[in-house]
Write a protein that binds this ligand. Sequence first.
Ligand SMILES: [Fe+2]
Length: 301
Amino acid sequence: MIEALDYIGFRSPNAAEWETFGPEVLGVQLAAPGPGGAVRMRVDDAAHRLTIHPGDADDLAYLGWGVRGPAALADAAARLEAEGLDVRRGDAGLAAERGVTELAWFTDLFGFRHELAWGQLTEPAGFRPGRPLSGFLTGGQGLGHAVLIVPDLDAAEAFYGRVMGFRVSDQIDMHGVPVRFYHCNGRHHSLALVHVPGVVGYHHLMLETTALDDVGTAYDVVLERGIPLAMTLGRHTNDLMTSFYVRTPSGFEIEYGYGGVPIADTPPSPRAFAKTSIWGHHFPGEPLLPGIAKPFPQEEQ
Ligand SMILES: [Fe+2]
């Protein structure tokens, strides 16, 4: 039922820092700000795909998943309601704010907000990167991939797989922590789940460039400015992405990569890997705890 990760939003006390971090480090284009001073960013001809809303604490605000049109949205909403979920629809103002034609949203078993939408607003005048850059790989593969930290992998798979329709790509044992990867289009994975008992959170967002040099020039900017790395340059075992992980001003990481293998070029039966990387992806001198993590279930206030 889901075709792609179309957009994503976060809340952060440091939203304003993205006005420089976005264009100068990531090379994205700033769009006009959204309501409440939200920093909106472009990576292609879509009006905006990445938004940081000012807020009290760093957190994922929503994942925006594209569906094929109005009938697909109605079918998806009916399917989610049949699973007992409270699906909200018909908010034209919210759809306009997100830059889509129509959307429905719900909160899943771990508290993540998912928005299903179609008709993403597009500006054919095109994308102007914030610094010299060949571009970002989007199109049929969507914005990139999102990685969630979940406390129960079986329950997560039952929901994201069976209910939302994501298909397993493969699995990596990351230093004893299972990470499972899922696809919904030609991208190797649009969603991955890191299993950490008792924890719910957001790990990273991957943006893929259209040239290896874009990764190298971004790496130079990060090193020159002394921006913390979560992992050094390396190449992944499963999707063969050459990438590094930079800490954003909002507590989560951006994986900035090039050269991910399409899912069609991997075996149909999911593989498993005992390490994340062929080379590199080392933790820097002082390792960062990855991403935004919160106890689950939420502690009583
Ligand atoms: Fe990734």
